[in-house]
Design a protein around this ligand. Structure first.
Ligand SMILES: Cc1ncc(COP(=O)(O)O)c(C=O)c1O
Length: 327
């Protein structure tokens, strides 16, 4: 049996009297417009991760990796935090670095949105660009190279391989969902990047009730437009990813994910990014499949990973560009 932990960020002496205490404990809201054609008992709920201090779910993983680094003695006051990130983890590390007075250097694909880069720089981080053609894999290789050239200078959280990434969700996201649904959650759906969210939350929820279905939302193509997410077949597979722990995977096309992000803003008052649209697309597919099978009751929970303010330059909020929600 897994015990329910107190929010680890609220408890830590390192986060005392800072905004870092307010990582996690995000609201869970029912997405009623998404399910308006379904029976009332077929519910989809979204966790508003954009309300974290750094604006995304990645605050949780970044904070846990830093806490564990300090705890193990690997992250000492003379070190620089170095990581590869398509944006949100970078923002989270930069935000935490600013509070804890630790310098941060981030390798970012050259096509990451300007809003993300500006935010990392606003927190005082140094941004190093990798080839836009190589996507997040290029950023991973660049950070690896910098680290190998100067291993004593850096603390490299390595979110793709660091067990503290999924652990953040075992200790916070999972218990929060369990409590917020009054232990009624039946399906957990998460879009996958490093896979920390789905691995950790899934592990916790399965420990509480092995019948809970854990389902990944994955871009349907190597050349997708869903920043932060990974098409596994064509990517470097994260070491923390254990697909055998999942119950299913749904391929998400880019256009409907954008359309659903807009629908969240227009009809639910939720200003979230396109990966949230992808997660909602997958959650809705799960609901439709259950209804097809004659099952009318479910409590499907998904993660609305970040706020929409990093995607102005990506056309997400330019309504003159039409996106089709083809379902
Ligand atoms: C916008 C966005 N959505 C989803 C994810 C996926 O989360 P995870 O890395 O926990 O799989 C990320 C990861 O960076 C992200 O930036």
């Amino acid at each position: 049996m897994i015990v329910i932990h107190e929010n680890p960020f609220l408890k830590s002496s390192i986060t005392k009297n800072t905004c870092l205490r307010y990582i996690g404990n995000t609201p869970l809201v029912q997405l009623k417009s998404i399910t308006k054609d379904f029976p009332e008992t077929m519910q989809i709920w979204g966790k508003l991760e954009g309300l974290n201090p750094g604006g995304s779910v990645k605050d949780r993983a970044a904070m846990m990796m830093i806490l564990k680094g300090i705890e193990s003695g690997e992250l000492t006051p003379d070190k620089v935090i170095l990581d590869s990130t398509s944006g949100n983890t970078g923002i989270a590390l930069a935000m935490i670095g600013s509070v804890l007075k630790i310098p941060v250097e981030l390798c970012v694909p050259g096509n990451a949105s300007g809003e993300r880069i500006q935010r990392m720089e606003a927190y005082g981080a140094k941004v190093i660009f990798s080839s836009p053609l190589e996507g997040s894999d290029g950023a991973i290789l660049e950070a690896r190279k910098l680290y190998e050239e100067n291993p004593d200078k850096y603390f490299k959280p390595d979110q793709y391989a660091n067990p503290a990434n999924p652990l953040a969700h075992v200790m916070s996201t999972g218990p929060e969902i369990w409590k917020q649904t009054n232990e009624k959650v039946t399906h957990f759906v998460a879009a996958i990047g490093t896979t920390g969210t789905i691995m950790g939350t899934g592990r916790f929820l399965k420990g509480k009730n092995p019948n809970i279905q854990i389902i990944a939302a994955e871009p349907d193509d190597a050349f997708h437009g869903l920043e932060g997410l990974k098409h596994m077949e064509s990517s470097l597979v994260p070491a923390i990813f254990h697909p055998e722990e999942l119950d299913g995977k749904i391929s998400v096309p880019t256009e409907p994910a954008y359309a659903l992000a807009r629908k969240l803003a227009r009809e639910e008052g939720i200003f979230a990014g396109q990966s949230s649209g992808a997660a909602v697309y997958a959650a809705r597919e799960v609901a439709l499949k259950l209804l097809d099978q004659g099952q009318e009751e479910a409590c499907i929970v998904t993660i609305l990973c970040d706020s929409g303010d990093k995607y102005y330059s990506k056309g997400l909020w330019d309504f003159s560009i039409p996106y089709k929600d083809d379902r």
